[in-house]
Design a protein around this ligand. Structure first.
Ligand code: NDP
Length: 336
């Protein structure tokens, strides 16, 4: 078995030294457990937070422990009547080629329904994040303007397309011409490159009626450009702040918190953070049905960026934090 452990905690940008690759015997399942073989490992921005020894909504990965992560895996051996060898399951094995889990902690997938990789993408956690955050907090109305950054990623691309499905205007922000072209192909009304020197003015021109919903995925200079364009009663689902995950200190002053609070007050903004889990009970069923329908009728499309080999997971993960991925980032660990 090959697995990747957290060897040390990063100070700022993570590096290869923060991980250690290890080869150990394949574990054996006990009664009620299954032995799983990883097919796809999902790489997600939240993993950067798990590398820190800091209190957050989830516990950090311990030093010397296998890095955490969602996986699509095949059952190799089952000691539980609910699963048989050959079943494909959504699981949380982390960064390893094989692992053992209680059968109750995995969910069987139906490969005839959708490609199994979508269980960690458009039909899984990222797609659900977009759906619940946008519809429950953003509440886009027909004709309103919705803006989203990291728009070529699995969360952002779904946010923009769902906004369009709900009759809103979608403005997507991404890094580079290729991603911008893909957003246009997806039907975003406007797509902008946040790396362009004219980005701030481009955004202003793209939202002549202001912004009603800003789905916050990144923070940083994108948020600075968005804030003055928000309309009265605008909604800001705060989903992620990937531009800041490697920060080691606050930006230099002056302290802009008072101005931010003043804008929230005078424009009657709703700024609401969320972790997708909170909506699972109330929205997961509707998401599964809606997303399946939208994928079938072509209104919700997605892109995957598949890296080969578990040993390449760290590099791919570093790249994602800088925008090198184009679509949902997956590591193909074993054959499907
Ligand atoms: P992505 O595949 O979109 O990867 C992150 C992207 O962020 C990069 O590809 C890059 O795209 C963009 N980015 C990085 N740095 C910057 C920057 N400084 N300025 C602007 N854009 C930047 O990831 P996901 O779709 O999986 O996740 C998107 C966001 O949603 C993340 O913040 C993540 O943490 C959050 N999230 C939150 C959840 C929740 O429950 N609250 C659940 C799932 C995800 P580009 O090339 O366009 O710059």
């Amino acid at each position: 078995n090959t697995r990747i452990l957290l060897a040390s905690r990063p100070d700022g940008e993570p590096t290869a030294d923060n991980f250690r690759i290890e080869h150990v015997p394949v574990p054996e399942p006990a009664e009620g457990e299954v032995l799983l073989r990883t097919i796809y490992l999902s790489l997600d921005p939240y993993m950067r937070g798990r590398m820190n020894d800091a209190k957050s909504y989830a516990a950090p990965v311990e030093l010397g422990a296998v890095m955490e992560g969602g996986t699509v895996a095949e059952v190799v051996e089952s000691r539980d009547p609910s699963l048989v060898p050959g079943d494909i399951v959504l699981s949380h094995l982390g960064w390893q080629a094989y692992g053992v889990l209680p059968a109750g902690q995995v969910r069987k997938l139906d490969p005839s329904r959708a490609p199994v990789s979508t269980a960690v993408g458009v039909l899984g956690m990222p797609g659900f994040t977009a759906y619940a955050g946008l519809l429950e907090i953003g509440r886009p109305q027909p004709g309103e303007t919705v803006v989203v950054a990291a728009a070529a990623g699995p969360v952002g691309s779904a946010v923009g397309q769902i906004a369009r499905i709900k009759g809103a205007r979608a403005v997507g922000i991404a890094g580079g011409a290729q991603k911008v072209a893909w957003l246009e192909e997806l039907g975003f009304d406007v797509a902008l490159d946040h790396r362009s020197p004219t980005f701030k003015d481009d955004l202003k021109a793209a939202v002549p009626d202001g912004i009603d919903v800003y789905f916050e995925n990144v923070g940083g200079h994108v948020w600075d450009a968005v804030l003055p364009r928000l309309n009265t009663y605008a909604r800001v689902p705060v989903c992620g702040l990937v531009a800041h995950y490697n920060d080691t200190e606050l930006p230099p002053g002056p302290d802009r918190a008072p101005r931010l609070m003043q804008t929230i007050l005078t424009k009657s903004l709703t700024v609401r953070g969320f972790i997708q889990n909170e909506f699972v009970k109330t929205h997961y069923k509707a998401f599964q049905a809606d997303a399946a329908g939208w994928i079938a009728d072509g209104s919700l499309r997605h892109k995957e960026d598949i890296v080969q080999g578990l040993e390449n997971a760290p590099e791919a993960f570093f790249g994602m934090l800088k925008g090198k991925n184009f679509g949902k980032l997956l590591v193909q660990v074993g054959d499907d």
